[in-house]
Design a protein around this ligand. Structure first.
Ligand code: FES
Length: 121
């Protein structure tokens, strides 16, 4: 029987290129929704809340990347974000950033390594 590491989010294979993996965590002591994404082979994590309004990026449909696969995109009013920096590249909220979380991929797992956050379940 294997014991799940307290900071393990999911097996790396759960986040394919341009895919997402939603998860819950405590961020600065409050329960929040977050999402892992993979872009150009690297995994990034953000609180799943648009900078425009308090909506999840994928609130209106299941895709989190735009149709080009180059940008994260909020499905509510279509703000596009740089997947690497989380910065809005759209006129709306230009330059505002998604809240990034520190994660690392090691031994085929993805781990939360952010002192502000903890996995809840
Ligand atoms: S709520 Fe995300 S673009 Fe408006």
């Amino acid at each position: 029987m294997s014991v799940k590491h307290p900071f393990a989010i999911c097996p790396a294979q759960q986040v394919p290129e341009l895919g997402k993996f939603p998860f819950e965590l405590l961020y600065r002591g409050s329960p929040r929704a977050a999402v892992l994404v993979r872009f150009q082979g690297e995994v990034y994590a953000y609180l799943n809340q648009c900078v425009h309004m308090p909506r999840a990026l994928d609130c209106e449909n299941s895709n989190i990347f735009d149709e080009t696969g180059r940008y994260l995109q909020c499905s509510m009013h279509s703000i596009c974000y740089d997947p690497i920096s989380g910065e809005s590249l759209s006129e709306i909220c230009l330059g505002k950033k998604l809240t990034a979380l520190k994660v690392k991929e090691q031994d085929d797992w993805i781990y939360l390594v952010d002192k502000r956050a903890a996995i809840t379940g």
